[in-house]
Design a binder for this molecule. Structure first.
Ligand SMILES: O=C(O)CCC(=O)C(=O)O
Ligand SMILES: [Fe+2]
Length: 202
């Protein structure tokens, strides 16, 4: 099961139903800085297109799917074959696995170039992740708000500012019960890289 007793101070956040944990200072600042620079340089970033209501639109961010060769992922109607692992991502993966007691075989990397880049409301509830996936999300660079809203009608959203070097873990029935998003912001904000580690079930 998912470890919640780890001394790196993964704290349970107060959301109804549980399943959300946060470590604000997961990576030491110097390590987080180096990692951000390496990822911006070395990840083969792409701007994907998605079909939305019959139109093809470019996603408002850059992305990269990376992982073990067998970890194939489908997202918004597109099949992603993972790019091979690169060293700086493997370094973060190892730290995340130690902190969570989970083993991950893939990661979705997102690059939010500025406040206009964003991610819309969604749940990471693809069948290949299984019914109650543990998803570990590391944030680097500009601080952005991560919003969470229950799927039921009339639910209100709550938010958390994800710090440079932080780790957010989504577990339990969080994906079934909630959607999440990273909204655009008009405030000037530095570029942000986010890594969401996942385990695709074979
Ligand atoms: O950028 C973030 O913090 C969230 C990313 C996310 O939700 C995803 O990759 O599925
Ligand atoms: Fe997500």
């Amino acid at each position: 099961m998912f470890r919640t007793d780890f001394p790196s101070s993964l704290q349970a956040l107060p959301v109804a139903g549980g399943g959300l944990y946060y470590a604000e200072a997961f990576l030491p600042p110097a390590e987080a800085d180096d990692c951000l620079a390496a990822l911006r340089r070395e990840v083969p970033w792409k701007q994907s297109e998605i079909r939305l209501y019959g139109r093809t639109v470019r996603e408002p961010r850059l992305g990269c799917w990376m992982g073990d060769a067998g970890a194939v992922y489908r997202y918004s109607g597109t099949v992603f074959r993972p790019e091979p692992w690169i060293a700086p991502v493997l370094g973060v993966k190892q730290a995340v696995e130690a902190a969570t007691g989970q083993v991950f075989n893939s990661v979705l990397l997102n690059l939010y170039r500025d406040g206009r880049d964003a991610m819309g409301w969604h749940s990471d509830d693809e069948p290949e992740l299984g019914p109650a996936p543990v998803i570990a999300s590391v944030s680097l660079g500009g601080v952005r708000r991560f919003l969470l809203r229950e799927r039921r009608a009339g639910a209100r959203s709550s938010g958390i500012a994800l710090a440079h070097g932080s780790l957010l873990v989504m577990a339990g029935d969080l994906q079934q019960r909630y959607r999440h998003s990273v909204p655009r912001t008009a405030k000037p904000v530095a570029a942000r890289v986010n890594l969401t580690f996942r385990r695709i079930l074979g």
